[in-house]
Write a protein that binds this ligand. Structure first.
Ligand SMILES: CC(=O)N[C@H]1[C@@H](O[C@@H]2[C@H](O)[C@H](O)[C@@H](O)[C@H](O)[C@H]2O)O[C@H](CO)[C@@H](O)[C@@H]1O
Ligand code: ZN
Length: 297
């Protein structure tokens, strides 16, 4: 039986979904919505935080991609998400590495993908899942990672093309996604987390993330349009973050990636509505929607 409410999230690497939307995903699953994750690469070029696994890294055995599939499986089990896929199938597109690194030029790098081919894979998923809501990154991919930028481009083009009945009818009947959101962190929220970590002083488990205005994935509060309160799912998000152990270290309410710069594990996750009609304000502050399906029949 198809769930009435269906959302599709398009992300670049295993771990992005949990960092950005883990609480949201767990909440909507708990409310009976269908949550589908489409991840574009296996994260082959990641650094390895777990010492006994460091030989999986690309410069050694180059087996990190396969291992991160297992991490993603564990994270999805923690969140209760049963529908998670890779764009074009696992291994079709390779993690491109950080912008300007040699991995950008490796065969199958997602950054070098043929956009029409990649978008066709995504259109097929959109037309099969028929989500009312799609979530992805902003045009800078949040912080400028090439795979994040490419995931944004693929997701946005797939939403447009999936709605066109004249486009690739072989990929399924057209489907018009009602609302598209870009994930984000309001500057005010990031500032509070930075201050909370700094207040630990010598006891802080992680380094300082820096000045909020210098952090690319922090957006002015006035650009935010929705806040989903997933604090009731905090335990699930914590478990999912810990499942991505090669990429994420969690310490209490804070986490860090391999750069060891601390951030707060957020139970309230924020979004910018970029396509579709904004629904009525809910319980969230600032007149923001508190439900990504707000305003939909
Ligand atoms: C959250 C995210 O997108 N992680 C990506 C990112 O990882 C960063 C990268 O390893 C960088 O070198 C580190 O300094 C930084 O701390 C990491 O977050 O890029 C990886 C390579 O493309 C990717 O595998 C990882 O998922
Ligand atoms: Zn990523």
């Amino acid at each position: 039986m198809t769930a009435d409410r269906r959302m599709l999230l398009v992300h670049a690497h295993p771990d992005d979904e949990t960092i950005n939307n883990g609480a949201t995903m767990a909440r909507y699953v708990s409310e009976g919505a269908q949550v589908t994750l489409l991840t574009c690469t296996l994260g082959e070029e990641g650094e390895v935080l777990v010492p006994e696994l460091e030989l999986l890294a690309p410069e050694h055995a180059d087996q990190l991609g396969g291992y991160r599939i297992a991490e993603l499986r564990a994270a999805m089990e923690a969140l209760g998400v049963s529908d998670w896929r890779f764009l074009g199938g696992p291994g079709r597109y390779r993690d491109s590495g950080m912008m300007g690194t040699p991995a950008n030029d490796k065969a199958r790098a997602f950054w070098r993908a043929d956009l029409d081919e990649a978008v066709a894979h995504a259109v097929a998923v959109v037309r099969e899942v028929r989500p009312q809501v799609v979530v992805t990154y902003d045009e800078n991919g949040g912080y400028g990672h090439p795979d994040h930028i490419q995931a944004h481009r693929v997701a946005m083009a797939a939403v447009d093309r999936a709605a066109d009945p004249g486009h690739r009818p072989d990929l399924g009947p057209a489907w018009d996604v009602a609302k598209v959101y870009w994930c984000c962190v309001p500057r005010s929220v990031l500032r509070e987390g930075i201050e909370a970590l700094a207040a630990l002083g010598e006891d802080s488990p992680f380094g300082h993330l820096g000045e909020v205005d210098d952090i690319p994935f922090a957006v002015p509060d006035e650009l935010v349009t929705a806040a989903v309160d997933g604090r009731a799912q905090a335990g699930r998000k914590d478990a999912a973050m810990r499942a991505h152990a090669t990429q994420i270290t969690v310490d209490g309410p804070f986490f860090a990636l391999s750069n060891d710069l601390g951030q707060e594990v957020l139970g309230v996750e924020h979004y910018r509505l970029v396509r579709g009609q904004r629904g009525p304000a809910g319980e969230a502050p600032n007149g923001w929607e508190d439900d990504l399906f707000a305003g939909l029949a």
